[in-house]
Design a protein around this ligand. Structure first.
Ligand code: NAD
Ligand code: UD1
Length: 367
């Protein structure tokens, strides 16, 4: 079965890092994505960039997934056939300090979305999960059948969401659920128009490295040099965000055409150390990145990378971009947007963007 070009997909959290890249990939694949976001961790200027990038009007609604009535109206108005649920909060350390924020937004947000979907005809959902659900794995590569052992409230919320989705699928076979366990997304769209826009000091490696290279930070601290890895530094499975975005397109396509639920890892299947990232980045940028070794970061594991065979079998998808591509595109984004979206042109709210971030949304007014 082939899909109509006009298949409409709702992207909750679609103005964020992964959602905005997925928006571009969906347009490329001929879908009509609709963004629903409360802009609690994104900047409205991304919408203008997406319009430049795709040459199309960006359909969006400003509002909160916790407001089920609003979400239901959006689903019905646009006749959405599937939802990709990116909206959520994602900082591991913050989740330890403020667990209720995480249970409320991530678990409560999913329940509210599913309730909204129940009142519309839409029964297909792709969920942003994380490799963090595996905790500290007994071995690598990590297969989907490995036991889950979340080690933070953030990781716990992801596993709880997966369980809720599994219960729903068991109760009503009309539901189609695609759970995607991301490894470490990095990089940016090759145009340099959209990318990761962390607020404050980045927690993650790649945005920290790019900020050192552009002169915003003095040096990188490499957390740990005594892991049982080839060079002693932590090993991860870094994945280009455009490969990840295309993985979402493949997931939506699989749900809508084959009507089967699945849970798959999205990674490259290759482990790369912190020092390997650094030297690839120096190669791509032509800049030196000063660093010093520092103690291990609490909660870090020595190494994890994905077994990607199931994703290939189920979705017909695999990552194609290299570490050099990831570094080159991260650097282009950072160099051309040293202040992220903050320095870019903000655009005034359109009629469909009536509520302010974190305010309960008005019933859907439509763009
Ligand atoms: P992001 O913060 O850039 O994007 C999330 C978006 O959701 C933001 O635009 C934010 O404003 C919006 N949002 C948050 N709460 C909302 C709510 N209640 N209602 C409406 N909008 C809301 O994050 P991202 O990196 O794009 O991550 C997307 C998803 O993928 C998250 O669920 C995250 O947990 C998951 N994930 C991310 C990573 C990663 O490394 N970035 C890894 C694994 C999983
Ligand atoms: C972290 C989260 C994980 C989340 C992922 C999103 C923790 C414990 N885990 O994973 O839940 O899904 O981000 O991408 O926070 N590093 C440095 N110096 C830095 C930053 C990082 O040496 O300034 C090292 C880390 O020790 C690690 C590697 O770089 O070895 C990658 O770190 P990071 O980008 O934070 O990702 P994860 O720790 O894998």
């Amino acid at each position: 079965m082939t899909l109509e070009k006009t298949t409409t997909i709702l992207l909750t959290g679609g103005a964020g890092y992964i959602g905005s890249h997925t928006f571009a990939a969906l347009i490329d694949a001929g879908y009509q994505p609709v963004i629903l976001d409360n802009f609690s961790n994104s900047h409205p200027a991304v919408l203008d960039r997406l319009q430049q990038l795709t040459g199309q009007r960006v359909v969006r609604e400003r509002g909160d997934v916790l407001h089920a009535g609003f979400v239901a109206e959006v689903l019905r108005h646009y006749a959405c056939e599937a939802v990709i649920h990116f909206a959520g909060v994602k900082a591991v350390g913050e989740s330890v300090q403020q667990p209720l924020k995480y249970y409320s937004n991530n678990v409560g947000g999913l329940v509210s979305l599913l309730q909204a979907m129940e009142t519309s005809a839409c029964r297909s959902v792709v969920f942003s999960s994380s490799a963090t659900v595996y905790g500290d794995p007994a071995s690598v590569p990590i297969h989907e059948q490995f036991p889950c052992a979340p080690e933070s409230p953030y990781a716990q919320t992801k596993l709880m969401c997966e369980d809720i989705l599994a219960s729903l699928g068991a109760a009503d076979p009309a539901w189609r659920v695609g759970v995607l366990r991301y490894f470490n997304p990095v990089g940016a769209h090759p145009s340099g128009l959209i990318g990761e826009n962390p607020r404050g000091t980045p927690n993650n490696l790649m945005p920290y490295v790019t900020q050192v290279a552009v002169g915003k930070r003095a040096r990188l601290q490499v957390f740990g040099d005594d892991y049982l890895t080839p060079d002693g530094t932590g090993v991860r499975d870094y994945l280009h965000v455009m490969d990840l975005a295309e993985g979402h397109v493949a997931a939506v396509q699989a749900l809508l055409t084959r009507h089967q639920s699945f849970t798959v890892n999205l990674g490259t299947g290759k482990g790369v150390s912190v020092l390997e990232v650094l030297s690839a980045f120096e190669r791509a940028s032509g800049r030196r990145v000063p660093f010093e070794f520092a103690p291990r970061r609490a909660g870090d594991v020595a190494q994890y990378y994905a077994d990607v065979s199931l994703a290939e079998a189920v979705l017909g998808w695999r990552a194609t971009r290299t570490l050099d591509d990831m570094c080159r595109d991260s650097w282009r984004w950072q160099q051309t947007n040293p202040e992220g979206y903050e320095a870019g042109p903000d655009i005034p709210p359109r009629p469909g963007l009536r509520s302010r971030p974190n305010e309960p949304a008005q019933p859907a007014a439509v763009a």
